[in-house]
Each structure stands twice: as C-alpha cells, then as structure tokens.
Design a binder for this molecule. Sequence first.
Ligand SMILES: C[C@@]1(CC(=O)O)c2cc3[nH]c(cc4nc(cc5[nH]c(cc(n2)[C@H]1CCC(=O)O)[C@@](C)(CC(=O)O)[C@@H]5CCC(=O)O)C(CC(=O)O)=C4CCC(=O)O)c(CCC(=O)O)c3CC(=O)O
Ligand SMILES: NC(=O)C1=CN([C@@H]2O[C@H](COP(=O)(O)OP(=O)(O)OC[C@H]3O[C@@H](n4cnc5c(N)ncnc54)[C@H](O)[C@@H]3O)[C@@H](O)[C@H]2O)C=CC1
Length: 223
Amino acid sequence: MKYYPINLDVRNKNCLIAGGGAVGTRKALTLLQCGANVTIVSPEVSEKLEKLALSGDVKLVRRGYAPGDLKGMFLAISASDNRTVNQMVYEDAVSCNVLCNVADIPDACHFTLPSVITRGDLTITISSSGKSPALSRKLRIELEKIFGKEYAECLQLMGAIRTKLLKKSHDPDNHRHLFRNILDKGLVEMIKYNNIQAVNELLFDVFGKGYTWELLMNTKQGN
Ligand SMILES: C[C@@]1(CC(=O)O)c2cc3[nH]c(cc4nc(cc5[nH]c(cc(n2)[C@H]1CCC(=O)O)[C@@](C)(CC(=O)O)[C@@H]5CCC(=O)O)C(CC(=O)O)=C4CCC(=O)O)c(CCC(=O)O)c3CC(=O)O
Ligand SMILES: NC(=O)C1=CN([C@@H]2O[C@H](COP(=O)(O)OP(=O)(O)OC[C@H]3O[C@@H](n4cnc5c(N)ncnc54)[C@H](O)[C@@H]3O)[C@@H](O)[C@H]2O)C=CC1
C-alpha cells in the first residue's frame, strides 16, 4: 500500500486553495462539506466560488499566490494551472509544516484525494494510489448504485445500539458477537425494504427488551 489512509478532522481548520478553476472548486466544495474554513487565493475564480464568496462561505483573495499565504493554515491545496506556482506552494508548505496536495504533481503531495460516497455518517472512499482517477470515478458511480440510503439508516441504528450497550458495560468480546449477528441476519435488507417489524423482532431476539427501531432511531448521537 503506497498511501496510509486516514480520515482527517478539518472542522473549523484554516485551509487554503491556490487556484479557483474547475479543480480548485471541486476540492473547495469537499472541504466545505467537512466544515473547514476555506480561503481561495486566485486571480480568477469559477462562478460557483464567486457565489460562495458572496454568501460568506469562503474567503476570496483575488490575486496570485504569494509566499506567506500559508501562515496559520492547517492544510493547502494547489490547483492553479501554473506548475511553477504549484511547486512553490508545495515548497512553502514543506517549510511551514502545512499538509499539502498539489493537483498536477502527485509526487508533491502529502496526501491525495479519493473519490467519495457518503450515506449519512458512512463514508466510502476509493483511491487508485494516483494511478487512475478515471477508474476511481467509475468505481464510485458503480458503488453508488449498490450502497443506498438504507446504509445511512442502518449505521444510525447500529450507532444508537452501540451507545446504549456501552453505557451499560464495556465487553468487546460479547458485543462483537452481537453486532456481527444482527448484520449477518439481514438487518440492511430489512431496512432497505422498510420491514420495520422484522427489524424489531431481530432486535428483540438479539438484545432483548428496550431495543426498538422507534426508540433507537430517535436517540441523539455524538459528533
Ligand atoms: C493524484 C491525484 C491528486 C489529487 O488531486 O488529490 C489526482 C491527480 C490528477 N488527476 C488528473 C485528472 C483527472 N482527475 C479526475 C477526477 C478526480 N481526481 C481525483 C483525485 C486525484 N487526482 C488524486 C488521485 C486519486 C486516485 O488515487 O484515484 C478525484 C478522485 C477526487 C477529487 O479531485 O476530489 C476526482 C474524481 C472524483 C469523482 O468523480 O469521484 C479525472 C476524471 C474526470 O474528470 O472525469 C481526471 C481525468 C481522467 C484521468 O486522468 O484519469 C490529473 C491530470 C492528468 C493529465 O494531465 O492527464 C492529475 C495529475 C497527474 O496525475 O499528474
Ligand atoms: N488533481 C485533479 O483532480 C486534477 C488536476 N488537474 C490539473 O489541475 C490544474 C488546474 O486545472 P483546472 O482547475 O481545470 O484549471 P483552470 O484553468 O480551470 O483553473 C486554474 C486556476 O488557477 C488560477 N491561477 C493562475 N495563476 C495563479 C496563481 N499564480 N496563483 C493562484 N491561482 C492561480 C486561475 O486564475 C484559475 O482560476 C491543472 O494543472 C490540471 O492539469 C486537472 C484535472 C484533475
């Protein structure tokens, strides 16, 4: 494996994108979805970014990238159409210890971006280790057909069961068996076909009283 896969918490972290064209816009939208504070440094930007700047969702600095722009940044993405600029952003990032991704120089990346599918709190990511973004995209489209919204609901339910069980005791050996058991008995399919009665019967069989779809799906969960 060439890259170490991690899930990075960028909420409220300052992130800079140099270059506000098609690629910079795509990367900005993902960062925004994840709750980052996004600054775009670019002489020209896409219409989408213009709108996001007007609504205050991104900060726009309308000029070319300059050394010093990375001060106070947690992460940087260089997506300009100028390789010299992109290389400079990378070198600045290395010298100020900022995590950096350069859209057109895979070797000048601390991290690369995967194709992403989200279903509620479930995130499925695909990386080709930089070899073929087109293949990552194709796989995403295929997997989106297989993993529907039932996975978001299933995850919400599993999370609520887990919170409830962990409040009572920490018993990983026993819990592992219970969780695998309800998944192996077709929980996802029952949710997919909206067979809530079967879900409740299964919950009762495995966990006993107090574990119902109605109760668990209305439980407030962390983060
Ligand atoms: C290394 C990496 C660095 C990074 O950007 O993080 C990188 C690099 C480069 N991409 C290029 C081109 C394309 N990129 C896409 C699309 C995506 N690119 C993304 C990520 C990555 N792209 C990282 C590796 C990802 C992995 O490991 O798989 C995705 C997954 C995520 C995202 O961008 O958010 C997003 C799909 C989102 C989705 O739809 O699911 C398409 C597809 C299309 O547009 O149809 C094409 C044209 C077809 C093709 O080239 O395959 C070129 C120019 C090559 C040239 O000059 O020809 C370079 C530079 C180079 O390789 O030198
Ligand atoms: N990693 C990826 O997923 C992909 C990467 N690429 C590469 O990404 C780069 C950008 O592609 P596009 O967004 O399609 O190009 P684009 O031409 O749409 O956008 C380039 C942007 O860079 C800005 N720019 C120019 N000089 C700048 C400077 N000195 N400082 C800051 N910004 C500056 C321009 O104003 C423009 O907004 C290209 O090098 C392309 O080869 C292309 C496709 C996918």
